[in-house]
Design a protein around this ligand. Structure first.
Ligand SMILES: *[C@@H]1O[C@H](CO)[C@@H](O)[C@H](O)[C@H]1NC(C)=O
Ligand SMILES: *[C@@H]1O[C@H](CO)[C@@H](O)[C@H](O)[C@H]1NC(C)=O
Length: 443
């Protein structure tokens, strides 16, 4: 009798756990940068992967409006005579309608039926390109974003300043904690080296990291944490990243390190290409940053196809100290400039437990991947001292000057070559015309 009761109890308990947050999670997909008015065929591949959880990493819609590059006319968006901003925020009604378009996408609707969907935002769904704490519509847009994610009406997330939140999935011993950061609501201006998270979010994050352990902890940041591409693309162009706020970035790494938490890694979006990077000197083990961007927005889509190889060459020429270069990459640069999504697959039954990080293309094919294991993401099990390791440790800004500025140098030489060529052609044409005129006169 006692055994029957305990079996019945066991069945009851396990059925309670399945479906709640305690069901084992081993497949997570994530993505960013989805233009709601553009076709989104990539959902088919995401649904085929059948994730337990899907994470929005930001730019979940393009809420702001973008004017075309225009040097002349009434609305000039570039040049010293620029008279209107290139990006303008939408009204509340426009934002709501854009979210409705995104939410009613048939592919995304299918995903919502099979997976738990959670997420944070980046600038374009926050409401304005590259915006930070100064943006006036942040509270209205926070509400709209949380509606899009079906956040319960009594959720504390609706009462706080910013959309940061955390979730813990899986049974004890096999837990995955997902920490969603808000990199917008409290962010100081770019180039200020001020704060990204703001005081309240820092206090919260410290509590989250120092709280109960989990086998795996995923920190979701809309902008890249590990890579600082701007150090090698400037002064040509700059992107947003934690690297642009060096003090804040160091604070993040030391918070993770001091928490003694194992199994931490980052996922990010924003840059319109996919890559996997790692930083081996942030804590006692490699800190991976798996970047997937975007679901529709991707660098190779904005240029004609004959220029794709040029873009891949430029990506390869731009130096990097953190990107994982291995044989699993589709291209030599180990960046991927077509639409993509990210995948985290945990094999809980393997001994030791293995993790696979992938960037996948529209047909679900892996274009970039890394396999690691829980012991490799643990400080205590590290046998060799990290100090001896040079790879993935040096910052991009510490590269030799010539190497670091390779892209800008190549660009300047190309521009110079084009100018010299044009001047040469012009000279030849003029001297031919002059010769011809002289001849005509003589005749
Ligand atoms: C989104 O897609 C539409 C339709 O293809 C296009 O007109 C619009 O410019 C795109 N928006 C962005 C931000 O790329
Ligand atoms: C990232 O690059 C920018 C631009 O060169 C630089 O100002 C910043 O200090 C770099 N950050 C880190 C962490 O190296």
């Amino acid at each position: 009798m006692a055994t029957m009761i305990s079996i019945a109890l066991l069945v009851l308990v396990s059925s309670l756990c399945v479906g709640g947050e305690e069901a084992l999670v081993s497949r997570i997909a994530f993505g960013s940068c989805a233009n709601q008015t553009s076709p989104q065929p990539i959902w088919d591949a995401i649904v085929s992967f059948s994730p337990d959880v899907f994470i929005w990493v930001g730019d979940n819609i393009y809420g702001d409006m973008r004017r075309p590059f225009k040097m002349f006319g009434n609305e000039r968006t570039i040049g010293p005579w620029k008279n209107v901003p290139r990006f303008v925020p939408s009204s509340e009604d426009e934002m709501r309608s854009k979210y409705e378009t995104a939410k009613s996408n048939p592919g995304y609707s299918r995903l919502r039926r099979i997976a738990k969907v959670i997420g944070t935002w980046d600038d374009h769904d926050y409401g304005l390109n590259d915006a930070g704490k100064e943006f006036h519509a942040k509270d209205t847009n926070q509400k709209l974003m949380l509606d899009f994610l079906d956040e319960p009406h009594d959720s504390p997330r609706r009462k706080q300043a910013g959309v940061y939140a955390s979730y813990t999935f899986g049974p004890e011993g096999r837990q995955i904690k997902v920490i969603l950061l808000d990199t917008r609501y409290h962010r100081d201006p770019l180039r200020s080296d001020g704060t990204i998270l703001g005081n309240a979010q820092w206090t919260w994050l410290r509590k989250e990291l120092n709280g109960p352990p989990s086998a795996i902890t995923i920190i979701v940041s809309s902008i890249q944490v590990v890579s600082n591409l701007s150090a090698c693309t400037g002064p040509l162009f700059y992107m947003e990243s934690w690297g642009r706020f060096p003090t804040e970035r160091r604070r993040l790494f030391s918070l993770i390190s001091n928490s003694k938490r194992d199994g931490v890694f980052f996922i990010s979006g924003d840059v319109h290409f996919g890559e996997i990077t790692r930083y081996d000197c942030g804590t006692g083990y490699p800190l991976y940053d798996i970047t997937s961007s975007g679901l529709t927005q991707a660098v190779e889509k904005v240029v004609p196809s004959f220029l794709h190889n040029v873009l891949r060459f430029l990506a390869w020429v731009t130096p990097t100290t953190m990107r994982v270069i291995n044989n699993n990459c589709k291209h030599k640069s180990c960046t991927y400039g077509q639409p993509n999504f990210g995948v985290i697959e945990v094999n809980w039954d393997a001994n030791p437990v293995t993790l696979r990080f992938e960037v996948r293309g529209v047909s679900g094919e892996a274009v970039n991947s890394v396999t690691t294991s829980l012991p490799e993401l643990g400080a205590s099990k590290k046998s060799e001292p990290i100090i001896n390791k040079k790879e993935y440790c040096s910052l991009e800004v510490d590269l030799p000057w010539l190497l670091r500025h390779r892209l800008a140098i190549l660009f300047s030489f190309s521009v110079a070559a084009v100018i010299v060529l044009q001047v040469g052609v012009l000279y030849m044409v003029i001297s031919l015309v002059v010769k011809c005129l002289r001849k005509c006169k003589l005749d």
